[in-house]
Design a protein around this ligand. Structure first.
Ligand code: 13P
Ligand code: SF4
Length: 302
């Protein structure tokens, strides 16, 4: 048995013994997705795990995602294989920053992207994803909202609504690296290519793209449209994973990897399952307050 096969076998055995589910975000490498029970975007994964009878959740993603899973499954043990797997968006803002913004703009509702810590969510009126951000902002029936923490997503939302957006200077260190010159060059060399971008990209990239959507939105676009050639302007592993289900589509990939996502490895998954280490712990008040902002989003989404 190869070293990798032995690792996979040991993980599968421990999953059964611990009654654990393994969740893998779309940005995880194929070998991690292979051992996962569910693959998806951050919120979808937390929802799916909450609907299982598992005692333990191993989140192969980043810290804010594991926290969100804990909010939705407070009675389950949530483990993150590497506690230093962060996110430049999430770490751009603290609960204290939000409290200060609320003092500066009294009465203005706070909408936070799911890429935020539970602390920030607990100071938030309603959460949003990149897929429903415009709908959530419009649903509030107000003239002005504070929209956190992604400045580019805020600009994208502002372009789609009449509501005034007060933004924060957070950016995704992966998506901010793309630019329109790169896209134009790829279009020149690949006539007819479809370019689809995540809304965390800068505005010049969004403007140069054929479609903008969340990770799930981009996957659906490829599945439904089956373009001959496509460039997914997002974390590079997505293309590897989406390619498997769309063998007739040719993926052209400028490769930007998320260093935080890539901290998750098979040995670390085995280790946290074996020793039940790296548990996400939060106090009950934070859980209750943060959960409300996620529940409000779900209600509006219905
Ligand atoms: P999704 O919520 O679309 O999965 O995106 C998460 C993320 O981190 C994008 O960079
Ligand atoms: Fe955060 Fe960007 Fe990595 Fe997503 S890709 S986890 S937004 S740093």
């Amino acid at each position: 048995m190869s070293a990798d096969n032995a690792l996979v076998a040991a993980i599968e055995l421990l999953k059964q013994q611990r009654n654990a589910v393994v969740l893998a975000h779309y940005y995880q490498s194929p070998e991690i997705q292979d051992i996962a029970d569910f693959i998806g975007d951050s919120l979808e994964l937390s929802r799916k795990a909450a609907n299982t009878s598992a005692d333990v959740i191993v989140f192969c993603g980043v810290h804010f995602m594991a926290e969100t899973a804990k909010l939705m499954s407070p009675n389950k043990k949530v483990l993150l294989p590497d506690m230093s797997a962060g996110c430049s968006l999430s770490s751009s803002i603290t609960g204290e920053d939000v409290r200060n913004l609320k003092k500066k703009y009294p009465g203005v509702p706070v909408v936070s992207y799911v890429n935020t810590s539970a602390d920030v969510k607990s100071e938030t009126d309603v959460c949003c994803t990149s897929a429903n951000a415009v709908k959530i902002v419009n649903s509030l029936g107000v003239k002005k909202v504070i929209f956190l923490p992604d400045d580019y997503l805020a600009k994208y939302v502002a372009s789609q609504t009449d509501v005034e957006i007060i933004s924060w200077k957070g950016t995704c260190e992966v998506h901010e690296q793309f630019n329109d010159q790169e896209i134009n060059e790829i279009r020149k060399n690949n006539p007819g290519i479809k370019v689809i971008a995540h809304p965390e990209c800068p505005p010049d990239v969004i403007n140069a793209s054929d479609f903008t959507g969340s990770t799930s939105g981009m996957i659906k676009y490829v599945k439904d449209n089956q373009p001959e050639k496509v460039m997914m302007v997002t974390e590079c592993s997505m293309s590897d994973n989406v390619q498997v289900d769309n063998p007739n589509v040719k993926f052209i990939r400028p490769c930007n990897l998320c260093p935080h996502m890539k901290k998750i490895t098979l040995p670390k998954i085995l280790d946290c399952l074996q020793n039940e280490t790296n548990e996400i712990l939060m106090d009950e008040v934070t859980i209750e307050k943060a959960k409300k902002s996620v529940e409000r989003m779900t209600k509006i989404g219905r």
